[in-house]
Design a protein around this ligand. Structure first.
Ligand code: NDP
Ligand code: HSE
Length: 444
């Protein structure tokens, strides 16, 4: 068992999160050191541009543009990878692990794409790779899932995992403003990632869903095998129609496992959810994760899913675990290096087929305002096996067209895709049909 008097920490990336970690580790140093029983030394941080002005000031000697100097520094015990991206971050992480360092990350993209390789590398070197901040920012979801709820198997985990899009949908819902206007506002506030597709096309939230699915079910799911849809096609009218029907629209990650059929579905898409659901009340930049365990029932966690302080809180929680592990203390009950545990969780598990994925649907159609159109549309629904629950018609006399809003009873992804493909080919249908899922979680 190591008995170090001090633990030296190197930070790769001194942007939003890196500076937050440094700031809080400095401000709260004495309290943390008391709790951990060890001195914490912030050794160095790396950046790409040494000249950039930063809110958190460091002595020149502590800042470097050479991240490898940190991962190769034998005096450093813990490396926090807070650069982001999947190329340099991967290389640095592998090198730090190979050098016997414990690595802490907030990088969900890296985990999603290379988690298997990185956990294997940590396992091989007998060190830990911690990642609490990679999902839902300040919400301690990783600890909850693999430690607090260790007694459970999870038929359903779902939630709001992206703060930017939740902010946009909330403002659209509350103020009736357009997608373009609210996007402009989100950009001005600095919420949207530099690569906007990560937020708007659901990729960021899908990365997080993949990580949760792995932790709960021991299977890495590729984004190519998931439904991943963002919020770009949602109009202020959709939000209003949903409101009239008693729903809100949220960008939801849904991870469902049928333990009888051993089928797993991991998907990320906007969905209508009843206004009365607690999850529907998770608004603005907040995230929410609902975990249904076979022992505990349903647990809902809500909190700040992004931002400097919330994310730093999660990174520092990992640093604390890293210190315990380095000192030979209790490591997480199940850690990412426990390959056997995760292999067993995922043994025999297959991905659910579209016909296995049950959902009700909302469908927006713009059609010619003519006799017989409704009958043709109804025929397509019937042929595809979709049963209509409600229909609202909004006339648009100036354009001789009408917007039809349908909701359906419970059906499945295969039937919905078939209906959309057929509707698209009808002469009377003037725009690509727009389909949203209706997500009805089981009662808590
Ligand atoms: P930022 O863009 O604010 O910071 C990235 C940092 O990395 C910058 O300091 C940048 O340097 C540095 N950097 C970039 N390239 C290099 C390089 N080649 N060598 C050395 N340093 C480099 O990102 P965030 O802090 O927002 O995000 C960091 C990680 O945390 C990402 O993986 C992100 O997904 C994740 N995350 C972020 C959250 C958030 O709310 N921001 C929430 C949860 C996770 P320079 O400053 O000189 O440009
Ligand atoms: N772009 C992400 C979000 C940052 O909006 O939630 C946190 O991961």
């Amino acid at each position: 068992m190591a008995d170090k008097k001090s633990i030296r920490i190197g930070i790769l990336g001194f942007g939003t999160v890196g500076q937050g970690v440094w700031k809080h580790l400095t401000q709260d140093k004495a309290a943390l050191e008391r709790r951990l029983g060890v001195k914490l030394v912030l050794a160095r941080a790396s950046v790409s541009d040494l000249k950039k002005k930063r809110a958190v000031k460091l002595p020149k000697s502590k800042l470097t543009a050479d991240s490898f100097a940190i991962v190769d520094d034998p005096s450093i015990d813990i490396v926090c990878e807070l650069i982001g991206g999947t190329t340099l971050a991967r290389e640095l992480t592998l090198r730090a692990l190979a050098n016997g360092k414990t690595v802490v990350t907030a990088n969900k993209a890296l985990l999603c794409e290379h988690g298997e390789e990185l956990f294997e590398a940590a396992r091989k070197e007998g060190v830990h790779y911690f990642f609490e901040a990679s999902v839902a920012g300040g919400i301690p979801i990783i600890k909850t899932l693999r430690e607090g709820l260790i007694a459970n198997r999870f038929p359903l985990i779902y939630g709001i995992l992206n703060g930017t899009t939740n902010y946009m949908l909330t403002r659209m819902e509350r103020e009736g403003i357009s997608y373009e206007d609210v996007l402009g506002e989100a950009r001005r506030l600095g919420y949207v990632e530099a690569d906007e597709a990560l937020d708007l096309d659901g990729v960021d939230a899908a990365h997080k869903a993949v990580i949760l699915a792995y932790l709960a079910h021991g299977k890495w799911v590729s984004l190519n095998d998931m439904f991943v849809e963002g919020i770009r096609k949602i109009t202020a009218q959709d939000v209003e129609y949903a409101r009239q029907l008693g729903y809100k629209i949220k960008l939801l990650a849904v991870i469902q496992r049928d333990f009888d059929k051993e089928a797993l579905s991991v998907r990320l898409h906007p969905a209508l959810i009843k206004k009365s659901e607690l999850m529907a009340q998770v608004d603005m930049v907040f995230n929410g994760v609902s975990l249904t365990g076979d022992v505990v029932g349903t647990t809902l966690l809500v909190g700040r899913g992004a931002g400097q302080d919330a994310t730093a809180s999660a990174v520092i929680s990992d640093i604390a675990d890293a210190v315990y592990a380095i000192q030979g203390g209790p490591a997480p009950a199940i850690s990412e290096e426990d390959a056997e545990v995760y292999d067993a969780l995922g043994a025999g598990l297959r991905l659910a087929k579209p016909q296995d994925i049950a959902s009700a649907y909302y469908l927006r159609l713009r059609v010619k305002d003519q006799k017989g159109v409704l009958a043709k549309v109804a025929r397509v629904f019937a042929d595809a096996g979709l049963s209509v629950a409600t229909m609202i018609q909004h006339e648009d006399p100036g354009s001789n067209s009408a917007v039809l809003i349908f909701t359906t009873h419970l059906s499945n992804e295969a039937a919905a895709a078939k209906a959309v493909a057929k509707l698209e080919n009808l002469d009377a249908v003037l725009e690509t049909p727009f389909l949203l899922r209706i997500f009805n979680p089981p009662p808590m």
